[in-house]
Design a protein around this ligand. Structure first.
Ligand SMILES: [Zn+2]
Length: 474
C-alpha cells in the first residue's frame, strides 16, 4: 500500500493523508482528514491535488472537527458531474459530526466574503470552492457515529478502524487502522494530541503497537506550563485590567477554547479570583452554536465533569454571561468601557468580530488582549505579540482593515491552555507505539518538527518528515 501526504506536511494546517490499497477493489483510497490550509486566502490555496479523484475514494475518516482537518471535505462533492463526486462514507464520532457541520457552514460563509472582497478590490472573477449546498451534501455521507474503542469495518475484511480519545477537543480521536490488503499492517494516526489536565475532557489515551505512525508535532520543541499556573496568570491579568478600568479581549476559537474560557471564568467568579459582577460577552454566533453542541454530549466529558453535571452544575453558563448574536449586539459592546471580558472569533484573528474589537481597543492602554493560541509566523497575533511594526515616532502599530492602529493595550500570551500536547507528552505517546518501522511527522512547522525528530531519533526511532504531496510505499 501507499501513504500520501497532501497537507499538514511541514506545516500546521491542511491535514489530509491518503492510504492507497493494493487491492483489486475499484475504489481503493481512504482519506484520513480533509483539512483546509489556513495560511492565506482560502480559495487559492485549497484545490484538491490533481491526482486525487473524489470518485476513487472509498471512505473518509475524520479525527476531529477543526477546520484544518475538515475544511476541504465539501470539495469532494462539489463537482457538477455526479460521477466525479465522492460517494463513499465518512466516519466520525458524534460530537465531531455536529461540530463539523458548524465549521463547514462557517467556512462557506467566509469564502463568500472572500469572493466579494476580491471582486471589489481586484475585479477578480472567482468562485467559492463550495457553498452551503455542498456542505449539506457532504453531511449526508456521514455514517452512524463511531464510538471510542469499538472497532468499525471501513472495508469489511480489508480495513478496520478503532477510534480512541485524543484528548484534544470534544470527540477528537486518534485512529488505529488495521489493514490487510495482502500484507497486514497497523497504522496509527495521532490526529491532534491534547494537553494533559484539560478541564472537562480526559487526557489523551496512548496508542498501541503499530507498524507505522503518523504523529503531530505542533509543540515538538517545548513543554507547556502547568495549567494551574496559567489560570492564576489569567485571573491576575483580568484583575489588573479591571483595576485600570479596562476590558479584557480574548480572540478565541469557537470550539473547545471558548468553552474552556467560559469554564475558567465561571470557576474564577466562584472562587472570588475575579469579581462577581464581571460582565462576559460571548461575541461569536459560531461559538454560541458550538457551546450548544458541547451541552449535547456530556458522555464525552471526563468522569469528574460528568459528576458535576449530574449534581446540577452547568459547566459553561453563569448569570453575567451574555450571548452577542447579532452585529448590533456586538456593536453595543463598544459602549461598555471597563469591567468586561469579551470573547470573540476568530482565534487566528484572520476575520470575524475580534478585528473590530482590535480596531477600537488596541489603542486603549487600560485594556488587555490575551492570546491563547499557537500563532503561526506571519499571523496577526504573532505580529502583535512580537511588536513588529514601529512608526517613526516610536509608536508600535498594526494594520487592520486599512487603518494603522496603535498598540497601547497590554498584550499577553498564555500558552498553558494549549489544546496540543507539549514535547514530553508527544514523546511518551510515540513510545507507546513500541517499535514502529517508521514515524511520519506531520502538523508541525520547521523548528518544532526538526527538534522533535531529533528527540525521536535519539531514542532509536526511524523518523520521516514528508513534504507536501510526497507518497511512500509501506
Ligand atoms: Zn485540532
Amino acid at each position: 500500500m501507499e501513504i500520501g501526504f497532501y497537507g499538514a506536511a511541514q506545516t500546521v494546517t491542511g491535514s489530509l493523508f491518503v492510504i492507497t490499497l493494493n487491492s483489486s477493489h475499484s475504489k481503493k483510497k481512504i482519506l484520513i482528514d480533509s483539512g483546509l490550509f489556513q495560511d492565506g486566502g482560502i480559495i487559492k490555496h485549497n484545490q484538491l491535488p490533481g491526482d486525487l479523484k473524489p470518485e476513487e475514494i472509498e471512505a473518509v475518516l475524520l479525527t476531529h472537527a477543526h477546520l484544518d482537518h475538515t475544511g476541504r471535505l465539501p470539495i469532494l462533492v462539489a463537482n457538477p458531474s455526479k460521477t466525479k463526486r465522492f460517494a463513499g462514507e465518512i466516519f466520525a464520532t458524534a460530537p465531531t459530526q455536529d461540530l463539523t457541520q458548524i465549521v463547514l457552514n462557517d467556512c462557506s460563509f467566509l469564502m463568500e466574503e472572500e469572493v466579494e472582497r476580491r471582486k471589489k478590490k481586484y475585479g477578480e472573477d472567482i468562485k467559492p470552492l463550495y457553498t452551503e449546498e455542498h456542505v449539506a451534501r457532504i453531511m449526508r455521507r456521514f455514517t452512524q457515529p463511531v464510538e471510542y474503542n469499538k472497532p468499525v469495518d471501513i472495508i469489511p475484511g480489508v480495513v478496520r478502524a478503532t477510534y480512541f480519545n485524543a484528548g484534544h477537543i470534544l470527540g477528537a480521536s486518534s485512529i488505529r487502522l488495521e489493514i490487510d490488503d495482502g500484507r497486514a499492517k497497523v497504522i496509527t494516526f495521532s490526529g491532534d494530541i491534547g494537553n494533559d489536565g484539560k478541564p472537562f475532557i480526559d487526557d489523551p489515551v496512548f496508542p498501541q503497537t503499530s507498524d507505522f505512525v503518523v504523529e503531530e508535532c505542533t509543540y515538538g520543541d517545548r513543554n507547556h506550563k502547568p495549567i494551574d499556573l496559567s489560570t492564576a496568570e489569567f485571573y491576575s491579568i483580568i484583575r489588573e485590567t479591571f483595576n485600570r478600568s479596562g476590558n479584557v479581549f480574548i480572540p478565541a476559537f469557537a470550539i473547545e477554547r471558548t468553552q474552556e474560557i467560559l469554564y475558567f471564568i465561571k470557576q474564577g467568579i466562584k472562587s472570588n479570583e475575579i469579581p462577581k459582577d464581571t460582565k462576559v460577552f460571548l461575541d461569536s454566533p459560531m461559538a454560541i452554536e458550538a457551546t450548544s453542541v458541547f451541552n449535547r454530549y456530556p458522555e464525552f466529558y471526563s468522569q469528574k465533569a460528568q459528576e458535576l453535571i449530574r449534581s446540577g452544575y452547568s459547566l459553561f453558563d453563569f448569570e453575567t454571561l451574555q450571548f452577542s448574536r447579532t452585529p448590533a449586539d456586538s456593536k453595543a459592546i463598544n459602549e461598555v468601557k471597563g469591567g468586561a471580558i469579551i470573547i470573540a472569533g476568530s482565534g487566528m484573528c484572520n476575520g470575524g468580530r475580534i478585528l473590530h474589537h482590535m480596531k477600537h481597543n488596541l489603542g486603549r492602554e487600560e485594556c488587555s488582549f490575551i492570546f491563547l493560541n499557537y500563532a503561526p509566523p506571519g499571523s496577526l497575533p504573532r505580529q502583535i505579540v512580537e511588536k513588529k511594526f514601529r512608526a517613526g515616532n516610536g509608536t508600535e502599530y498594526i494594520r487592520i482593515y486599512g487603518f494603522d492602529i496603535p498598540i497601547r493595550a497590554q498584550i499577553h500570551t498564555i500558552n498553558g491552555f494549549s489544546a496540543h500536547a507539549g514535547q514530553r507528552k508527544l514523546l511518551e505517546w510515540a513510545e507507546h507505539t513500541e517499535n514502529p518501522q517508521k514515524i511520519f511527522l506531520a502538523h508541525g512547522s520547521e523548528k518544532p518538527m526538526q527538534t522533535f525528530a531529533g528527540e525521536l531519533k535519539a531514542r532509536g526511532f526511524n523518523v520521516e518528515m514528508p513534504e507536501q504531496n510526497q507518497t511512500f510505499r509501506i
